[in-house]
Write a protein that binds this ligand. Structure first.
Ligand SMILES: [Zn+2]
Ligand SMILES: [Zn+2]
Length: 382
């Protein structure tokens, strides 16, 4: 019988092969059959990349704003201001910082709720507050909706803190300013009157009104204000107006240093968000690429192993003078003569006859993939 000899050769050949890693890889591959990224991974990658891009662009524009704010020319309101501007080319400082107090030009606005409260900007806001039933989370959420807003302005100027200095800077289009923070002068909440039938109706509709929030905000006379914008001398009138494209117009009750600090903090926040989401996007991408690489390497190893196995089989057929045509696809891969008659588990290969299986040395391993054979199930061809 040439079977034991053949088997011996076969096992010798296998031991020469550096199979263990490849076999483990093959087993692993069967469990995790595709190297393609999962939908969840793609969603995480897409979301984190998109958010990184959005946060980065916000960060970039905020950083530019802060840089320009730092470079803006600090101008103080004094008698020389007019001379300074008339000597400047174009009679204009493209981006200037002015600190001063609010002075009225002609008329003033009076608060509708507070006595002796005069200002130059007055904003009335009515907000409807209600609870809305969220069908997903099964919770009542607070929502606010502005139902009415009206802003009144009168022309105003910024003057020096020193009353002896008459020079003022007229503020043009104050409502165009970013960060126009007004002082809340009046606030009131009018709760909705609830009757029983209303309450039932609200539960059915999923909307429960709470009430109306009324506020009055003002920029008052004598308020200290920092304005950052374009400073021009126009017919003997010094004006602070919205700057050229790309520069932000500021009008705030903060001083210059606090404004700079506040803007700097927001830059930091957007930078942190960009970095965090950038790291998330990069690591997801690296993880997906690594999975692809591992999958590719494993399938390549497995293919080359199978090819080697087939070549070895052909060699043995030549050695034993077995006709290639006499070996059918269902012939046992070890003895090349009998029919394959058992399934090896867990790998699932059907590659040997029962006699060759019995002749395998312990611990018995699959001749194709070298996985340990835990169980063997006989095949019955009928
Ligand atoms: Zn056999
Ligand atoms: Zn196997």
């Amino acid at each position: 019988m040439w079977v034991p000899v053949l088997l011996h050769n076969f096992i010798l050949w296998w031991d020469e092969c550096e199979v263990n890693t490849a076999v483990n890889a093959a087993n692993h591959r069967r469990m995790d059959s595709s190297g393609k990224p999962s939908t969840a991974q793609i969603v995480v990658l897409a979301t984190s990349s998109a958010l990184t891009a959005v946060f980065y662009s916000i960060y970039k524009s905020r950083a530019t704003t802060v840089a320009r704010l730092k470079e803006a020319k600090k101008v103080s309101i004094d008698q020389d201001l007019k001379n300074l501007l008339s000597e400047t080319p174009g009679r204009c400082v493209p981006y200037a910082v002015i600190e001063g107090v609010v002075r009225s030009v002609k008329e003033t606005l009076s608060s509708q709720f507070v006595d002796n409260c005069k200002g130059v900007i007055e904003r009335l806001t009515l907000k409807e507050e209600k609870m809305v039933w969220n069908r997903t989370t099964h919770l009542w959420n607070n929502t606010e909706k502005i139902i009415h807003q009206r802003t009144n302005t009168v022309p105003f100027a910024l003057g020096s803190h020193d009353d002896d200095i008459a020079a003022t800077v007229r503020v043009i289009r104050p409502l165009d300013a970013a960060e126009l923070d007004l002082e809340t002068t009046y606030e009131n909440f009018h709760p909705t009157v609830q009757s029983l039938s209303n309450v039932i109706g609200h539960f059915i509709s999923g909307e429960r009104p709470k009430g109306i929030h009324e506020t009055e905000e003002m920029l008052r006379l004598e308020d200290s204000v920092t304005g950052v914008g374009e400073l021009v001398l126009d017919n003997n009138l010094i004006k602070l107006q919205p700057p050229k494209q790309g520069f932000r117009y500021f009008l705030t009750r903060l001083d210059y240093e606090s404004l700079l600090r506040k803007q700097g903090n927001s830059v930091r926040l957007w930078r942190i968000l960009t970095v965090v989401f950038g790291i998330a996007a990069c690591s997801t991408l690296l993880f997906i690429l690594w999975k692809r690489y591992v999958h590719h390497r494993e399938s390549k190893k497995e293919r080359s192993m199978l090819e080697e196995f087939k070549e070895q089989q052909k060699k043995r057929m030549r050695e034993l003078n077995v006709e290639e045509s006499s070996v059918t696809p269902t012939s046992c891969t070890v003895c090349l003569s009998r029919e394959r008659s058992c399934v090896f588990l867990d790998c699932g290969h059907v590659c040997a006859c029962a006699q060759c299986y019995d002749a395998l040395p312990a611990p018995k391993k699959c001749p194709i993939c070298r996985a340990t054979i835990d169980r063997v199930v006989p095949l019955y061809n009928s």
